[in-house]
Ligand binder design. Sequence first.
Ligand code: KG4
Ligand code: ZN
Length: 345
Amino acid sequence: MLVLGVETSCDETGVALYDTDAGLLAHSLYSQVAMHAEYGGVVPELASRDHIRRLLPLTRDILARTACRLEDIDAIAYTRGPGLAGALLVGASVASALGMSLGRPTIGVHHLEGHLLSPLLSVPAPRFPFIALLVSGGHTQIMEVHGVGRYRLLGETLDDAAGEAFDKTAKLLGLGYPGGPALSQLAETGEAGRFTLPRPMLKSGDLNFSFSGLKTAVLTLLNKSPRDDPARAAVARAFQDAIVEVLVEKSATALEETGLRQLVVAGGVGANRQLRERLSKEAVRSGFQVFYPRLEFCTDNGAMIAFAGAMRLKQRPIPDSSPGAFTVRPRWHLEERDGTPLPAA
Ligand code: KG4
Ligand code: ZN
């Protein structure tokens, strides 16, 4: 079965072709980062308009590269939510129009399910069950994953997401948008231990997070410290050390409490070098395995949507919308995806 995946939930237009026998055939991505950088963040209306411009040329590109024809596509998966309503509507309507004209089913995929399953595109892939640390710009969650659609939420952020904390702190440091990669680059040059920031909720006794206080702590620190480059880099380092320590500790606790031995890291912050290094060290120390998506599949992409759509269709070959009818879900909890959460632990 050949599945076309379409991702348009935020500021990246992604398309991919996934074959259930041959694997990922091709993927293509257009990032709108340069366009939004001028405004210091994503401008939703500009994002929607740009998805309209990019989606069909990107689709033609992957078809040409794989020598596939439109008629070869068996199903179309698109991101139904969560995300920006207008941006989601572009992917949903294009997917639906294609489905109608080709007489093929369409399936609306949960964006976080895409992230969650993205490490399964790599070799070696984790086996179910595993713990997933989902760290993106909009979400920070620890999930217990028993299979496609069988998720239990163990903990999540009570306020800012990890990526959001990176982006907001980067702004305080005068770095561009998106701040995560820029902040982590600056942190690499910062002196470790020159400043120390609090580790929010490290000892909260649960698996929840809270990152909004960190940016206030950064602001206070910046106001007290010298305004030179080494001090800024040391502040970036202190921020990254704090956030990474909390993410690593809570992931290790989730593994310990559930008795699972595999950790999957997904979402944009999963690209962070220091987080990967610390998690890999902890994995050796505590005897668990850690799996990451390919770097290009940490941030938003079409491959994870094509893959998650293919997994869903394999499970339940009936598409979840009638031809021509589609909905988007700008706010959508992953556990509601099937309405069948796992029984409480
Ligand atoms: O998963 P993603 O592409 O989009 C959402 O679904 O939200 O994640 C984007 C987030 C942004 O907040 C970005 O700053 C952050 O991931 N990010 C990073 C790094 N690369 C991307 N944060 C820290 N270190 C990185 N290397
Ligand atoms: Zn995402």
